[in-house]
Design a protein. Structure first.
Length: 71
C-alpha cells in the first residue's frame, strides 16, 4: 500500500508537469496505472484487514526499517 501511494504521488506530479509543459503525460499515466494495480493487488490480498487508519503506521514501519538498514 505504501508503494501504491508513493506511485500515486509521482503520478500526480508527473501529470501536472506534463500539463504545464503542454505535452502528453505518458510517465504520469504509467505511474497512475502502476499505482492503481498496486492498490488493487493490496486490496485483493488484504481486503478484510485493510483500513485507511493503517496507512500512516505502514509508512512509519517502512521508515523505521529503512533507518535500521542504514545504521
Amino acid at each position: 500500500m505504501v508503494g501504491a501511494l508513493a506511485m500515486g504521488a509521482f503520478a500526480i506530479t508527473a501529470i501536472l508537469t506534463a500539463w504545464i509543459d503542454n505535452r502528453f503525460p505518458l510517465r504520469g499515466l504509467a505511474f497512475l496505472i502502476l499505482s492503481a494495480v498496486l492498490t488493487w493487488q493490496t486490496w485483493e490480498l488484504h481486503d478484510r484487514e485493510l483500513e485507511f487508519e493503517d496507512v500512516p503506521l505502514a509508512f512509519m514501519r517502512l521508515v523505521k526499517f529503512a533507518l535500521e538498514q542504514i545504521a
